[in-house]
Design a protein around this ligand. Sequence first.
Ligand SMILES: Nc1ncnc2c1ncn2[C@@H]1O[C@H](COP(=O)(O)OP(=O)(O)OP(=O)(O)O)[C@@H](O)[C@H]1O
Ligand SMILES: [Mg+2]
Length: 227
Amino acid sequence: MSKNILKFNKIKKSFDHKNGKVNIFRDLSLEIKKGDLVALVGPSGSGKSTLLNMISLLDKVDSGEIFFRNTNLNKLNEDEKNHMRKNNISIIFQNNNLLHDFTALENVVMPLIIRNEDKKQSYKKAKFILNKFNLSSRHNHFPDELSGGEQQRVAIARALISECDLILADEPTGNLDYKTSFEIFSYFLKLKKLSKTIIFATHNRELANKADYKLSILNGHIKRSNA
Ligand SMILES: Nc1ncnc2c1ncn2[C@@H]1O[C@H](COP(=O)(O)OP(=O)(O)OP(=O)(O)O)[C@@H](O)[C@H]1O
Ligand SMILES: [Mg+2]
């Protein structure tokens, strides 16, 4: 069996806009192995979020294929896509996407509740992970009662609780101070030890340099370099 968890084959991606077509990727091929910790870098507007959105099935490719293990993501129907998002891919969005009518604890427990896991165990797990991110006194705060960095940590906790094999993080440390950013990163290292694959988009050079390798996007091309 292949050790790749992700494979991109000749991906083309553009956006149609009223001011004209925006070409993002013309011919993108790429392989990512299970357990890789990958930093996705490149200037603002280069296509980092677009790349993550294509993997998480939020954006469609124009042509080419993306394989998750042996599954061609472009061939999935809506039910299969939902199943994939629920069970296989965790996403930490650039704007944290917390549910505003739910507390921090309820937001974090949500992925497990959706999967019908045992309620008591799920809450126990959610509390544990929130405490790990220094949010033990914020379980019952609603998102608008949290600082930007606290919201971001809740969003990260929510993505990590589901223990998916592939974790996509779009600027996960964007709102965080130096120390907290490195704490989040050390959590990524722990996940890597559990053979999870993590791809994180970042403008933080120091963090990018700590990944296994960098994928740099520039003018629609992607270059792999050792971090
Ligand atoms: N729906 C859309 N319609 C038209 N253009 C779009 C659309 N979504 C994104 N774009 C354009 O695609 C380009 C890539 O956007 P993307 O969000 O992937 O960049 P990014 O590398 O994540 O940037 P940042 O570092 O600022 O987050 C941008 O120039 C953006 O303006
Ligand atoms: Mg982005």
